[in-house]
Design a protein around this ligand. Structure first.
Ligand code: ZN
Length: 235
């Protein structure tokens, strides 16, 4: 099947966003490579190196800034159109872009946060605390291979995937479970599935709309069109 011209696909996506009542966005490393960050699970990614027992060093993520695609998702929130954001990224760029913490699940943790091993509360590393107000020990929130994912983030993600009408994948190849289950859950609930990713995903044959283009060439112009649509009187 030949893909429609990108302008037409962007127009369709903007219309679907306008129609959507419960929009969920799912992001992976692809959105942050445009901020100059490495893909952590790539061939020389930090997780790949850890899994091989090679020495690793965290890149200095405090220098990274949200790019226009992160800002486009924050704009969706401003427009009242973002129901929930699920991210595989640990780089803190969604929070830095202004996403409200209650709308965000970080499935793999966040490099700037500690998590209480007893109650699950998150605390900024910059506080210097090592004990939670509940008395539990504060530990790094980043999830390594083989460790279980944060329970609340995971259950919120399943809940919102099941209850959305539009599920937009941004920069993930959708191969790591359980994150990779979420598009299927959304589809089974009758949602439209949109994938913006360079490179194949297992969901390509069932996606309602597919972008192979750079994320930065898709999301910002789509949100600009959505704003125009929302300004028009609806009948
Ligand atoms: Zn606690």
């Amino acid at each position: 099947m030949a893909l429609l011209d990108v302008g037409k696909r962007i127009k369709t996506l903007a219309q679907w966003m306008d129609e959507s009542k419960r929009l969920v966005v799912f992001t992976g490393a692809g959105i942050s490579t445009e901020s100059g960050l490495p893909d952590f699970r790539g061939p020389d990614g930090i997780w790949t190196r850890k899994a091989k027992g090679l020495p690793t060093q965290w890149p200095d993520l405090s220098l990274a800034e949200p790019n226009p695609s992160h800002m486009a998702i924050a704009e969706l929130q401003k427009l009242g159109k973002l129901n929930f954001l699920i991210s595989q990224n640990i780089d803190n760029l969604h929070l830095k872009s202004g996403i409200r913490p209650e709308l965000l699940a970080e499935l793999h943790g966040n490099v700037t946060k500690l998590r209480c091993s007893r109650c699950g509360a998150q605390v900024d590393k910059s506080t210097g605390l090592d004990t939670c107000s509940c008395g539990g020990k504060l530990e790094h929130s980043v999830v390594n291979f083989g460790q279980s994912l944060p329970q609340k983030d995971l259950s919120d993600s399943y809940h919102h995937s099941q209850n959305c009408d539009l599920f937009i994948v941004v920069g993930s190849s959708l191969v790591v479970t359980p994150a990779a289950d979420m598009p299927r859950i959304a589809l089974e609930s009758g949602a439209r599935l949109v994938i913006i990713n360079k490179g194949e995903t297992p969901y390509d044959p069932v996606a309602h709309l597919r972008f192979e283009e750079q994320i930065g060439d898709v999301l910002p112009p789509t949100i600009a069109q959505l704003k125009e649509l929302m300004e028009q009187p609806h009948t």
